[in-house]
Design a protein around this ligand. Structure first.
Ligand SMILES: Cc1ncc(COP(=O)(O)O)c(C=O)c1O
Length: 369
């Protein structure tokens, strides 16, 4: 592809020198798991996101699982409600500890979990609500917090796509106990492999989460006794060092993403066949997604011109075999099902040149004219 949907090489080049300096120190004094780089990153990421404390772990899926384990939401009778329009890993993080996944529909305009629909559908068995800041677009956290509180449910925010996001100019941790992150390489803050974290509004559960990610061991790991039903999900030092080198760039990268998204908005505003998505204030533009008529034909047209695209996500989670116990069938969540047929992710990465945005937008308008 002449214009890929994402190009990671330029971001890595920006971070490389700072990371290699840290790597030298790790190799000289190897403490490769749960060492000083990870601990320092937890503090730095907490400061960057306005959290009271951060517990790093192996990936964003495990981060969700750890929050549910910490909350005791691990039985089949415990329902966890979420959006069907998200990465399958949101759902895997919910069912892994043993809870039952349930879905409410999305808002047809924002494509984010609809608080009214969730409130109407949720049963008395709801124990947790997982709000996903899809595409880096921030959910209506005020209403979701009210819903969770009124049902006595734990509120988890899946911010795997929303590093640096805020709601009403406040940190995400101000609206719920847990905010989970992924550092998968393509994310706004990515590492060179897998990584994840949980940001907390208060530090009270940090020690238990730290134990849960490490096989339930602790406080003395040397005695090798699992005191909690934990998992094995730790951020290694090499990734932590990379994240420490990349973190100072997050704000600038998010600003560049914002400029690219505005560039697309302006160029695609009058284009027939394309519907733009609203971006709530505080969003961080992980992906630039439009709704496109005749999407598959458009994708082929763009691919023939060397322009890559993605679909996030082609099948809503309630129609995945892995989540069939949710009990829903095709037609039950019409807004999510329609969005899954229409959403199209356009090329986007922080260092993308404005001329490439012009080229992509021009090609799309040509397709529809
Ligand atoms: C919305 C969302 N939730 C959860 C995850 C899971 O993150 P990870 O791949 O780090 O397990 C991802 C990443 O794919 C994601 O995009």
């Amino acid at each position: 592809m002449r214009i890929p949907v994402i190009d990671l090489s330029t971001g890595i080049a920006e971070v490389r020198a700072a990371w290699e300096g840290r790597l030298e120190r790790i190799l000289a004094d190897p403490h490769l798991i749960l060492g000083p780089e990870g601990a320092a990153f937890e503090g730095e990421f907490a400061r960057a996101t306005g959290a009271a404390q951060v517990v790093a772990c192996g990936n964003g899926t495990a981060a969700i699982e750890l929050c549910l384990r910490e909350s005791g939401v691990t039985r089949g009778s415990d329902e966890v409600w979420t959006t069907p329009l998200t990465a399958p890993f949101t759902g895997i993080g919910i069912i892994s500890p043993g809870a039952s996944i349930r879905f409410a529909d999305i808002d047809p305009v924002t494509l984010l979990l609809d608080p009214d629909d969730a409130g109407n559908r949720a049963t008395r068995r709801i124990k947790a609500l997982v709000a996903v800041h899809l595409y880096g677009h921030v959910c209506e956290m005020g209403r979701l917090r009210t819903l969770a509180r009124s049902r006595g449910a734990v509120l988890i925010q899946d911010a795997a796509q929303a590093h640096g996001a805020s709601f009403q100019a406040r940190p995400l941790t101000a609206f719920g106990r847990f905010v989970t992150y992924s550092f998968y390489p393509t994310k706004n803050l990515g590492c060179l492999g897998d990584g994840g974290a949980i940001a907390l509004g208060s530090g009270t559960v940090a020690a238990r989460l730290s134990s849960l990610r490490d096989g339930g061991r602790g406080p003395r790991t040397a005695d090798m006794i699992s005191r909690l039903k934990g998992i094995n999900s730790r951020l290694d030092e090499v990734q932590a060092a990379y994240l420490r080198a990349a973190l100072p760039r997050l704000g600038e990268w998010n600003a560049r993403r914002g400029a690219i998204a505005e560039g697309y908005d302006q160029r695609l505003a009058g284009c027939p066949g394309v519907t733009l998505l609203p971006r709530p204030p505080g969003s961080v533009n992980h992906l630039y997604v439009v709704r496109a008529k005749r999407r598959e034909r458009l994708r082929e047209f763009l691919a023939a011109r060397g322009i890559g695209t993605g679909v996030h996500y082609p099948v809503p989670l309630h129609l995945h075999p892995a989540f069939r116990l949710c009990g829903l069938k095709r037609g039950d969540l019409p807004h999510a099902e329609r969005a899954a047929r229409e959403v199209l992710s356009l090329p986007m990465w922080p260092q993308m040149a404005p001329a490439l945005v012009d080229e992509v937008a021009e090609a799309i308008c040509r397709f529809y004219c």
